[in-house]
Design a binder for this molecule. Structure first.
Ligand SMILES: *Cc1c(COP(=O)(O)O)cnc(C)c1O
Length: 468
């Protein structure tokens, strides 16, 4: 402690700072209330620092500059764009499917003003929000009717509650999946008020297991796409057409949760086959649920297609009201579905599909194109190379299939403390204006270039880093 009192009179007053040209600019860009709050906080900090005997720059210029930085940070959005270079195309934590331009435009139009969301323009009466997507979904899946909710977890909840409340639902033990987070089939089943009847074993389930489980208490038979794992080896499961036959023999519906739900056969683009809603309905399913933002490449939504009488029960259920989609979602979904009417141009227009269909050769070219910029930005502590790698689709679609791809592999030159160096490097890339997200594997940080959509923006950001 010094004996002399700090001289607070040297601190500029709030009023005086606000009247400087810099203060006026802060008010102009950030508003008076946030500017005053930021400056007040900084002046208090300066006073406290002086009491502690610290030397502080209390010039008006220094204080307005600190305030400008604080205000800019506070104004930056929390939810922002990132470069997904994880190698997982449909990354749930990174927002899954990027939307097509057509969907983005439709979404913005719907968001901007009033719309005929639930208003029948022909009659002037109240309408149903499903009409904006129902015909399209029927056309694309061969179903009689369709409805849409907030996500596929909601779709399964609604389906079970509407069709199997206080009833039994036999499901194979091999399909009692946990999707990630808190979506587990047994939990959703009990929350929906249905009673799960486990049939068969983890690796083998036979038609007789389902036949034995069927009773007057059965509400429906359900099949769940084992999205994120695979039972291999000595296995048996009951085919969909057989399950449909058993369900119909017992006079109950057969429901299938498809999960990722590709709307078209992906083999056309050199990808593995994933069951489509159309095939599932053709095999005898009465009702099928799938996600909007997985392989379909649209907004987050839970799509339900199937028999008209069953869909109309779902539409009348109060949970449908609780789980319904917003107008922007419906607009984006309708625009995305329309792209499927023209499969020949789908891979150009649907970003999810164009990413999945990109060849390793093309990805390697992009990796080569940015390698030098990355090496310059990171300096001499790192080696930056281009390596072959294996990516994945993600979101539970085709879990064991990999996508041949190429990555920038960044390896710390010093062999000591590599783990820590990789952690620091990952943090540094995450702190960039558009954060870069990769994955650490072995001795390197891997940046899979399959989903690099804005190569110019990526390079420009690296050039800025390098010049710092
Ligand atoms: C992904 C998935 C869900 C959950 O879908 P969301 O759209 O994420 O709610 C449910 N069931 C299966 C089989 C899935 O693969």
């Amino acid at each position: 402690m010094s004996d002399t009192q700090p001289n607070f009179s040297t601190i500029p007053s709030l009023d005086r700072i606000l009247k400087t040209p810099e203060g006026a600019i802060l008010i102009e860009t950030s508003g008076r209330v946030p500017t005053v709050a930021a400056l007040r906080g900084l002046l208090e900090e300066a006073r406290a620092a002086m009491v502690d005997g610290k030397t502080v720059d209390i010039s008006e210029a220094a204080i307005t500059q600190s305030a400008a930085i604080q205000l800019a940070l506070a104004a930056a959005p929390s939810l922002k764009r990132v470069f997904n270079l994880t190698g997982t195309v449909l990354h749930t934590n990174l927002g899954r499917a990027p939307l097509a331009e057509e969907a983005i435009t439709a979404m913005a139009d719907a968001a901007r003003g009033a719309s005929n969301l639930e208003f029948d323009l022909a009659t002037g009466k109240r309408g149903d929000r499903d009409v904006h997507v129902e015909n399209l979904l029927c056309e694309l899946t061969g179903a009689e009717a369709a409805t849409v909710v907030n996500n596929n977890a909601g779709a399964v909840l609604l389906l079970l509650n509407a069709l199997a409340l206080r009833k039994e639902v036999p499901v194979s033990r091999g399909e009692l999946v946990e999707i990630g987070g808190t979506f587990r089939i047994p939990d959703i089943m009990s929350r929906a008020g249905a009673k799960l009847i486990e049939v068969g074993t983890t690796n083998r389930t036979h038609p007789k297991d389902f036949e034995d489980a069927l009773s007057a208490r059965t509400g429906l038979i359900m099949k769940v796409h084992a999205s994120n794992y695979m039972v291999q080896g000595f296995t048996a499961s009951v085919a969909e057409d057989k399950l449909a036959e058993i369900a119909h023999g017992g006079n109950v519906p057969f429901a299938v949760d498809l999960g990722a739900g590709a709307l078209v056969n992906l083999e056309r683009w050199g990808l593995p086959h994933e069951p489509t809603p159309r095939e599932t309905i053709a095999a005898g399913a009465d009702i099928v649920t799938f996600s909007g933002d997985k392989l379909l490449g649209g907004p987050q939504a839970g799509l339900i297609v199937g028999r008209k009488d069953l869909i109309s029960k779902l539409k009348k259920n109060p949970l449908k009201r609780a789980l319904r989609c917003d107008k922007a979602t419906l607009a984006a979904l309708a625009a995305t579905l329309k792209l499927y009417r023209d499969p020949d141009r789908l891979a150009e227009r649907l970003p999810t599909l164009s990413r999945l269909a990109r060849t390793a050769i093309k990805i390697r070219d992009d990796a080569e194109a940015v390698r030098g910029d990355m090496a310059n930005a990171l300096g001499h502590e790192f080696d930056v190379s281009v390596s072959d790698c294996a990516g994945q689709i993600g979101s539970g679609a085709l879990p064991i299939e990999t996508l041949a791809s190429a990555a920038l592999t960044i390896t710390p030159i010093a062999t000591r403390g590599r783990g820590a160096a990789l952690k620091r490097l990952s943090a540094r890339l995450r702190a960039m204006p558009v954060p870069v997200i990769g994955r650490v594997q072995g001795d390197a940080l891997w940046l899979d270039m399959r989903c690099l959509d804005d190569i110019e923006g990526f390079r420009a950001q690296l050039l800025k880093q390098g010049s710092q």
